[in-house]
Each structure stands twice: as structure tokens, then as C-alpha cells.
Ligand binder design. Structure first.
Ligand SMILES: Cc1cc2nc3c(=O)[nH]c(=O)nc-3n(C[C@H](O)[C@H](O)[C@H](O)COP(=O)(O)OP(=O)(O)OC[C@H]3O[C@@H](n4cnc5c(N)ncnc54)[C@H](O)[C@@H]3O)c2cc1C
Length: 402
């Protein structure tokens, strides 16, 4: 693909910049703080503004509300949003269940769910993992038994991000426990979180925050109309969703933006009284250069994937490459921020919202959230499928090794 920006691309970039200037203001950035929260308000605010403009779901097919943009324009949009410090949109509805709905859902399901996902009216969460089924997802045991025009669901999902805020959950459930191969006998169900019998219990993560939950199902009644595609064929739909999830986690534009912020921080941070800024330290510079090189390589891979998706279809197993490298880079940047802030990094700042410190500052402005950012990126190489498991997929499905 051609990476030189054409006159149309530059005009598009200017249009995006003008929109961002008017629609994601300094006040919004102040409200957002350091952007680590997965609470409703901020991403929903941004989602709804994008939806009004028709820009909430650039990758969706046009007939469902996607944007008629080229891969280069999608790339420009991502970069400009990252540079303007816009929040990440929560992906469970827009980027995970929506591709399953528009690819495998029936017309009634598409009409019922897609418009509210696009507008940001409904909030979804993902019910894949269970206490005994993470990397080995096909070992899941949450049971859905058909009784007339309903399923009765019993079991437990774990690590369910944002379930405490969600209106709906998409779940993998076992509908045929007698299937000989464990990938068979699984179905894909959409469940209303207000259904009687659902209990959500918080799990507090390393960063001291409440993003994830245990979600329990006790005789939950789910209409058969909420089954996606065919019964016992859920594994096929689940795999498509995972390729979209892994592509989205790479976060190239955000990492580029964070790297620029890191360079700026290291340019001002003195290593000691009368000493040169950290950016002048050759070993620190070498670490930054390595990340920059890795990020450039990842960016090209990301653009190639975008170009392939544009031709039709979903991202393939290459999405595992994006996931592994993208998350490792996010972690490396967070580690260098810690190194840069040194002992001014603070794991928890009392009485603050997400380390958005409003009292007297000790250390540089950026330093109060460096420890939170560090803890926040630790699980990135686990969620969406761990790095070890992604490397197994790459070796088999991309490199053809046995
Ligand atoms: C912050 C966070 C948010 C999450 N959000 C969600 C969510 O919203 N919805 C959801 O469904 N799930 C979610 N998850 C779950 C996530 O997808 C799983 O944690 C992940 O798939 C790993 O599964 P596990 O935790 O059971 O680890 P395990 O599968 O038990 O793995 C333990 C270790 O063994 C390694 N391992 C396992 N199998 C192999 C193998 N074959 N080869 C080599 N190494 C292997 C793994 O790499 C890992 O290091 C989230 C997880 C986290 C941490």
C-alpha cells in the first residue's frame, strides 16, 4: 500500500483535526484525567460525539454504519485521535460482538442490536473466560440447556471487564456436553445483564482499581432468539471475534503518542543536581530507539492487516503478531516511564481519581500516574490471549511449524 499522503489524505487529516479540536476539548481532557479508567462516562461521551458525526465504527461495513475510508484514512484517524488524547472507545460492543452480529447474526438480531451499539446506547461485556477455561477456552463448562423457547444458563464467567456497567453480555456456553471434540457443542448467546439470576462480584486488580469481575449465572432464562447462528457452532463465531480483539489491542497510534510523551518527559527530567536530562543518557536513548524501531515495524504490519481487512473479511491469525508485539511495546514504554520518574512514581495517590492528582505536586506532572500506568499495562500480555499462546498460534497458523 502507498504510505505517502495524497492531497485528499491531507485534506481528510485537516478535517479530522478540526473536528477533534471542536469536539474533544481541554475540559474533556481534564475530566478524563490520565485515561486509565474504564468507567462509563468519558468513553461514552466520546463515543456519542463520534456517532453523531458518523465516525464511531470506521471498520464496520458501510451498510451498517461504517466509514467509506481507505486504510490510510483509518490510520490517519487513529493517529489524530491518539495525538488529541481522546479516550479509547470500549471495544466489547463496537469491535467484538458487532463483527459477529453483522457476519453471523440474522436480520432481526442485526436490526435489534447494531444501531444501539453504534450510537453508544448499549454497553456490552465479554463472557468467554471461566475459572477453568482461559488459554484453554474450549474447556469452558457454563451450561445452557434448552427448555422450549428458552435456554437455562448456569455457571461462572471470570475476568469479565466492565460487567458491573454492562447492559448486555455475549457468552460462550456449552449446549452439547456429549460432543466428542470440546470445540464442538459450544454456542454463542447474547444475555441481558438485568436477567434474574446474574450476580456480578468485583475483582480488584494490581492497579488498585475495579475493571474486572466474576459473573455468576444461576438458572438464567435466555430466549432462544438470542442465539447467534447455529446451536453448537459457537466456536467458529468465537474465533472470528478473537482476531478482531487481538488486532484492536495492538494500539499502535497510542503507543506512538506515549513514546513522544516519554521523550518529552525524559528531556526535562534531571538525573540529579546539575546533571544532563535523562534523554542524553546513551543507555536510555538506546532503549527508546529500540522501542521506536519495533513500533515502526509493528505499524507497517498493522497497516498491512488494515489493507487486507479493507479487501473484505476479518483479520487472520496475523492478529496474534499485532497482539504480542503491541502489548510488549506498551509494557516497555510504561517501564521506561517508571525509570524516568524514578522515586517520584507513586503507586497510589490518596483521594485522587485515577492518579489524577489535584493537590501539591511532588515531582514532574506526569510522574503521579507512571506507577498506575505500569500496573495497568501488566495484564495486557494476558488478556485477549496470553503471549505464550499467541506465539503458539503464530508458529502453527502463520509460520506453518508443527
Ligand atoms: C485485566 C484482564 C481483563 C480480562 N478481561 C476479560 C473479559 O472481559 N472477558 C473474558 O472472557 N476474559 C477476560 N480476561 C481473561 C483472559 O482472556 C485470560 O486471562 C487469558 O486468556 C489467560 O487465561 P488464564 O488467566 O486462565 O490463564 P491460564 O490459561 O491458566 O494460563 C496461565 C499461564 O500458562 C500459560 N499457558 C497456558 N497454556 C499454554 C500453552 N498451551 N502453551 C504455553 N503456555 C501456556 C499462559 O501463557 C499463562 O502464562 C481478562 C484478563 C485480564 C487479566
Amino acid at each position: 500500500m502507498d504510505l505517502n499522503f495524497s492531497a485528499e489524505d491531507i485534506a481528510f487529516r485537516d478535517e479530522v483535526r478540526a473536528f477533534l479540536k471542536d469536539n474533544w476539548t481541554d475540559q474533556d481532557r481534564k475530566d478524563m484525567g490520565n485515561g486509565l479508567s474504564m468507567d462509563h462516562d468519558i468513553p461514552v461521551r466520546w463515543h456519542r460525539r463520534l456517532a453523531e458525526k458518523g465516525w464511531a465504527a470506521p471498520n464496520w461495513p458501510l451498510e451498517h454504519g461504517g466509514c467509506p475510508w481507505t486504510p490510510t484514512q483509518k490510520y490517519i484517524f487513529d493517529v489524530e485521535c491518539a495525538n488529541a488524547n481522546c479516550p479509547r472507545l470500549i471495544s466489547f460492543g463496537l469491535n467484538l460482538v458487532a463483527p459477529v452480529l453483522y457476519t453471523f447474526g440474522n436480520e432481526e438480531q442485526q436490526k435489534k442490536y447494531l444501531p444501539d451499539i453504534l450510537s453508544g446506547k448499549t454497553w456490552w461485556c465479554q463472557g468467554y473466560s471461566e475459572p477453568g477455561a482461559g488459554s484453554d477456552l474450549a474447556g469452558l463448562s457454563t451450561r445452557a440447556e434448552r427448555q422450549g423457547d428458552h435456554y437455562i444458563v448456569n455457571g461462572q464467567k471470570t475476568w469479565t471487564s466492565t460487567a458491573h456497567n454492562a447492559d448486555m453480555i455475549f457468552c460462550l456456553v456449552r449446549t452439547d456436553p456429549s460432543a466428542k471434540i470440546k470445540q464442538q457443542g459450544i454456542s454463542f448467546l447474547l444475555i441481558d445483564m438485568k436477567s434474574p439470576g446474574i450476580t456480578v462480584k468485583p475483582i480488584i486488580t494490581l492497579d488498585g482499581q475495579h475493571h474486572v469481575n466474576d459473573t455468576f449465572f444461576d438458572n438464567v432464562k435466555v430466549p432462544v432468539a438470542n442465539l447467534i447462528g447455529e446451536e453448537n457452532m459457537g466456536w467458529t463465531y468465537a474465533k472470528l471475534l478473537l482476531t478482531h480483539e487481538r488486532t484492536g489491542i495492538a494500539g499502535v497510534a497510542r503507543s506512538k503518542n506515549r513514546l513522544d510523551e516519554l521523550k518529552a518527559a525524559a528531556s526535562t527530567e534531571p538525573t540529579g543536581m546539575g546533571q544532563a536530562p535523562l534523554i542524553d543518557d546513551p543507555s536510555f536513548r538506546a532503549k527508546i530507539s529500540q522501542i521506536e524501531i519495533d513500533l515502526m515495524a509493528l505499524e507497517i504490519t498493522d497497516l498491512r492487516t488494515l489493507a487486507d481487512v479493507q479487501k473484505g473479511g476479518a483479520p487472520g491469525p496475523e492478529s496474534s503478531i499485532l497482539k504480542v508485539r503491541g502489548t510488549e511495546i506498551q509494557q516497555s514504554i510504561a517501564e521506561l516511564f517508571l525509570e524516568c520518574a524514578g522515586y517520584y512514581s507513586q503507586p497510589y495517590v490518596k483521594d485522587t481519581h485515577w492518579g489524577n492528582y489535584e493537590g501539591e505536586m511532588i515531582g514532574a506532572d506526569y510522574s503521579t500516574s507512571t506507577a498506575l500506568q505500569y500496573f495497568n499495562t501488566r495484564p495486557a500480555t494476558v488478556y485477549g490471549g496470553s503471549s505464550e499462546v499467541q506465539r503458539n498460534i503464530i508458529s502453527k497458523a502463520v509460520l506453518g511449524l508443527r
